[in-house]
Design a binder for this molecule. Structure first.
Ligand SMILES: NC(=O)C1=CN([C@@H]2O[C@H](COP(=O)(O)OP(=O)(O)OC[C@H]3O[C@@H](n4cnc5c(N)ncnc54)[C@H](O)[C@@H]3O)[C@@H](O)[C@H]2O)C=CC1
Ligand SMILES: O=C(O)[C@@H]1CCC=N1
Length: 283
C-alpha cells in the first residue's frame, strides 16, 4: 500500500521509534519528516530526532494533540501504563493507538486506555531500511480503517501480517529479537574470515552479503532451507566440513533455544510492566 498518512506521533523516541520514523520518511509514507512528531524524557533522543527534521516535544500530550492518524507507544514495557495516562488526558478520538511494547497485552492496553482503539504490534529494527518484519493484532474496538493505517505504516517498512494475539510473544522471540541473533552470526562469520586471513572490512561485507543473499533465496525460491543448504554441500567438500562443526557446536539447537527463551521473556514482560514500575529490570 502506498497511501499517504497525514500525521503520526511517537511517544518514546528511542531505538525502535527512530527505526520506524526513518523508514516512514524514506518510503514517503508521510509528506516530510515534519509530519511526524515524537516525545521523550531523554533530551539526547529528542536532539537526534530534531536533527533528522522530526518535530519533537518533551510533553507526551503534545504528541496526542498533533497526531491525526496514529499514536505509536514506543516506550519500554514498564512505562506503558504511565504513557496511557498521558494519552487519556487528551481528547483525540481520531488516532488509533499502536503499542510496540514487548509483552504488553491488548487487555492491559485496553485497561489503561478505556474506550480507545488500540493495536498491539511487534516490529523489528530492520524497519529502518525498509526490510522490517511486523505482526499485529487489533484490540476489541479497533476497526477496518485502523487495520489499514497499521498496514500502511508498517507495511511500508517491511513485511506485515495480522496474527492472533497469542502468537505475538512467539513473533517477538523470532523476528522481534531475531535481528540480534543474525548480527551475532554475521559478526562470527566475519571473525572466522579474519581468522582465515581476510581483512576485517572485506570479511564483514562478505558475511553480510552472504546472509542477505541466502535470505533472498529462501524468500524468492520458497524452497526449504535444508534443500538450499544441500545444494551448497559437495560430497566430501568444504561446506559439509563447516556444517559438521556447526552441528558439533549445537548451532541449530542454540538458535531454537534462543527463540524459546525470548518468547518466554516476552510473556513475562506484560506482567512485569503491571507490577514493577521501578525500572528494576531496565526494560
Ligand atoms: N529495540 C528493538 O529491537 C525492539 C523494541 N521493541 C519495543 O519497543 C519499545 C521501545 O524499545 P527501544 O526503542 O529499544 O527502547 P529505547 O530505550 O531505545 O527507547 C525508549 C524511549 O522511551 C523513552 N521514555 C521512557 N519513559 C517515557 C515516558 N514516560 N514518556 C516518553 N518517553 C519515555 C526513553 O527515554 C527512551 O528514549 C519497547 O517496549 C520494546 O519492547 C519492539 C520491537 C523491537
Ligand atoms: O529485547 C527486547 O525486549 C525488545 C523486544 C524485541 C526486540 N527487542
Amino acid at each position: 500500500m502506498t497511501a499517504k498518512v497525514q500525521s503520526v506521533g511517537f511517544i518514546g523516541a528511542g531505538m525502535m521509534a527512530s527505526a520506524v520514523m526513518e523508514g516512514l520518511v524514506s518510503k514517503n509514507v508521510v509528506d516530510s519528516s515534519g509530519s511526524i512528531i515524537c516525545s521523550d524524557l531523554f533530551k539526547e533522543a529528542l536532539e537526534k530526532a530534531a536533527e533528522r527534521g522530526f518535530k519533537t516535544t518533551e510533553v507526551n500530550r503534545d504528541v496526542c494533540e498533533f497526531a491525526v492518524d496514529a499514536i505509536i507507544v514506543a516506550v519500554k514495557p514498564n512505562a506503558v501504563q504511565t504513557v496511557c495516562r498521558d494519552i487519556l488526558a487528551v481528547e483525540n478520538k481520531t488516532a488509533v493507538i499502536i503499542s510496540i511494547a514487548a509483552g504488553v497485552t491488548l487487555e492491559e492496553l485496553e485497561r489503561g486506555l478505556p474506550g480507545r482503539r488500540v493495536v498491539r504490534i511487534m516490529p523489528n529494527t530492520p524497519c529502518q531500511v525498509g526490510e522490517g518484519a511486523s505482526c499485529y493484532s487489533l484490540g476489541t474496538l479497533a476497526n477496518a480503517q485502523d487495520r489499514e493505517i497499521v498496514e500502511v505504516l508498517f507495511g511500508a517498512v517491511g513485511l506485515i501480517r495480522e496474527v492472533p494475539e497469542h502468537l505475538i510473544n512467539a513473533v517477538t522471540g523470532l523476528s522481534g529479537s531475531g535481528p540480534a541473533y543474525v548480527f551475532m552470526f554475521i559478526e562470527a562469520l566475519a571473525d572466522g574470515g579474519v581468522r582465515a586471513g581476510l581483512t576485517r572490512a572485506d570479511a564483514l561485507k562478505l558475511a553480510a552479503q552472504t546472509v542477505k543473499g541466502a535470505a533472498e533465496m529462501v524468500l524468492k525460491t520458497e524452497s526449504h532451507p535444508g534443500v538450499l543448504k544441500d545444494q551448497v554441500c559437495s560430497p566430501g567438500g568444504t561446506t559439509i566440513a563447516g556444517c559438521d562443526e556447526l552441528e558439533k557446536g549445537g548451532f541449530r539447537s542454540a538458535t531454537i533455544q534462543a527463540v524459546k527463551a525470548a518468547t518466554k521473556r516476552s510473556m513475562q514482560l506484560g506482567h512485569v510492566a503491571e507490577i514493577d514500575i521501578t525500572n528494576k529490570y531496565n526494560l
